[in-house]
Design a protein around this ligand. Sequence first.
Ligand SMILES: Nc1ncnc2c1ncn2[C@@H]1O[C@H](COP(=O)(O)OP(=O)(O)OP(=O)(O)O)[C@@H](O)[C@H]1O
Ligand SMILES: [Mg+2]
Length: 373
Amino acid sequence: MMPYALSLSQKAKKEINSSYDFFIDRFIKIEAIKFKSVFERITCRDLQSFTITYKNFIAIDIDSYKESIEAIGNYLLGANHGYEIKVYAHKNKQVQLYFYKLPTKYGIDVSVFKPEKVFLGMGEKGLFYKDITRLDHNLTVAESGSGKSNFLQLKILNYIANYHYFKKIYMIDLKGGVELKRYEHLDKIEFVSDIQKLDVILDNVLLDLKETQQELLETNKRKLDSYIMILFDEIGAISVYPDKKLKESIFNKLALISMQGRASGILLDIYAQKIDAQVLSPAITNNLQTKVLGRTTSDYAINLLVDRKEFVRENITAIEVSDFSKGRFIYKNGDTSDKTLIQCPFIPDKLIEQFLHLDIKEFNYHLSTCKHL
Ligand SMILES: Nc1ncnc2c1ncn2[C@@H]1O[C@H](COP(=O)(O)OP(=O)(O)OP(=O)(O)O)[C@@H](O)[C@H]1O
Ligand SMILES: [Mg+2]
């Protein structure tokens, strides 16, 4: 039973006398998570989770459960239990409390990559994927050292695993980093570390955009089957350049791509340590539909990416965003606006090396056989 003190009980009014009947939410069952496949059970061993179901004879008030979730967690598991808790309505007059703990650090191997899917990390229900046909513009904000570049590496590996979906991948690092340079020799990938060159490249992208728009108009097609990806590791590096004209020119082009690119399969994937109107104007951020928030102390970032009120109301996580571990993100899917807490795996150089020396055809075969596991 849930105690009175939590105020979850339902009162039934009696018609004749003025006394009340109280119905306390009654425990029904507890069960461990069921994985969809053996493969998933093996790879999700670091995800701890279980569900507890309660029933009330009258009705369960989901909102009061959500409001008291911290007290419920402490009552059931003791303080400092470390579980995330989600509340779901279930069947008739039932509520399910879903408890889960994401790992803080874990590794992966090539078997997590799937054809047509982008693997993004561990979510509340296990491995978390996005359909490759539903990619859109992305914005990831998290402070230095919180795992953005590592997350970007994970995405790149997914793209290589689904290489035929990409016409071209631009990798832009104006911070002088070399992490992305190692992909340069791959077909279809262009590494850019110079701001002048970036400006020229964006012109080419805009030409491509026009052409694709024209083609889509002429053929009356609406759906595209390949992407041009523009990956920016640290967008903040643009705003610190002294040449105002050049910056303006780049931002104007980015605004155009953010507005019109999606329908033509030209996508921006932008990473930033911090975000404000100077780093990236709302004309651009408003068009980046999928938003990913990692460790930050900035209210501007939190509100821009997930909205503080939603964040609390939807019980996305019990952990403060400022205390997120490396690779912990709130992933807001631009398609559905669903917000999922994910933990990105650690991507060691060894795994990247494996991908760099991959025979794509053989790998695709490997992926297609993995699918049936
Ligand atoms: N998901 C993860 N799990 C465990 N460790 C991680 C994870 N992601 C990153 N790290 C560790 O943290 C370090 C910093 O990560 P990363 O370079 O991705 O941060 P960043 O957000 O890109 O920082 P910056 O903004 O300074 O570029 C990495 O070298 C790695 O060792
Ligand atoms: Mg980085």
